[in-house]
Design a protein around this ligand. Structure first.
Ligand SMILES: [Mg+2]
Length: 232
């Protein structure tokens, strides 16, 4: 439970959710790999399949945001881009796989529960995620760890303007806030753009879009979430 005394700490920890607190990206990768296998079996070259998806995903995430259903829509749109039509059976299989992602039980990463208990006694904790609002809110509710956070923010995008908005709405000072997450672009580079300090905890798999802006330079680089208690 968040400790009322932690409100007096000068430090606020903003914590990412997907692939920082719980597993997420590997489910998308499993579906992506199944789609890729199907597309290669249909005679497409790997480079053109990847390129079609890159274009569709970039366009769709800007227009309608993130989440498993947008991801499946991008896979299906990529088929249309390549074949000018879509195979109903393949589309149905992808939609079922999208529901599999959507309904997947939350798998907390090692040490997350105990670490949040400790950090919550020392500092204010805010959960800061991005994605489809309903999907993220459901995941947070099912995670069993929401009580450690004073508030939850599901941002449409993690860019400096959205971070500044969170800081301002919670009446925080950017220089006393740390963003903790796995994504170089969303959690580190964008948070630094809003004047926050950062902790990068790389995950074993990270979304390709996240590497577009090259390597990041966090204030702290940690191996695992539990290591946070040694620094905060
Ligand atoms: Mg993440």
């Amino acid at each position: 439970m968040a400790n009322p005394m932690a409100r007096h700490s000068p430090t606020t920890l903003l914590v990412d959710a997907d692939d920082t607190l719980w597993e997420n990206h590997s489910y998308f990768m499993r579906v992506f790999d199944r789609w890729l296998e199907a597309m290669l079996a249909r005679g497409h070259a790997p480079a053109s399949v990847h390129e079609a998806f890159r274009i569709e995903e970039e366009e769709r995430t800007q227009r309608t945001g993130y989440g498993s259903r947008n991801f499946i829509a991008s896979l299906i749109a990529s088929i249309v881009r390549l074949e000018q039509a879509v195979d109903d059976e393949l589309a149905r299989e992808l939609e079922e796989l999208g529901e599999w992602i959507h309904e997947h039980p939350i798998e907390l990463k090692e040490g997350v529960r105990a670490t949040l208990e400790t950090l919550g006694l020392r500092h204010r904790l805010l959960l800061v995620t991005k994605g489809h609002p309903m999907e993220q809110t459901r995941k947070i509710a099912r995670s069993g760890i929401s009580q450690h956070f004073l508030a939850t923010e599901v941002l449409r995008e993690k860019d400096p303007a959205h971070y500044e908005d969170v800081i301002s709405r919670h009446a925080l000072s950017a220089s006393a806030c740390w963003m903790i997450g796995n994504s170089p672009r969303s959690d580190i580079i964008a948070a630094q753009g809003a004047g926050l300090r950062t902790v990068h905890i790389p995950h074993h798999t990270t979304w390709e879009l996240e590497h577009r802006e090259g390597p990041c330079a966090p204030d702290l680089l940690l191996d695992c979430f539990a290591d946070l208690t040694q620094h905060f």
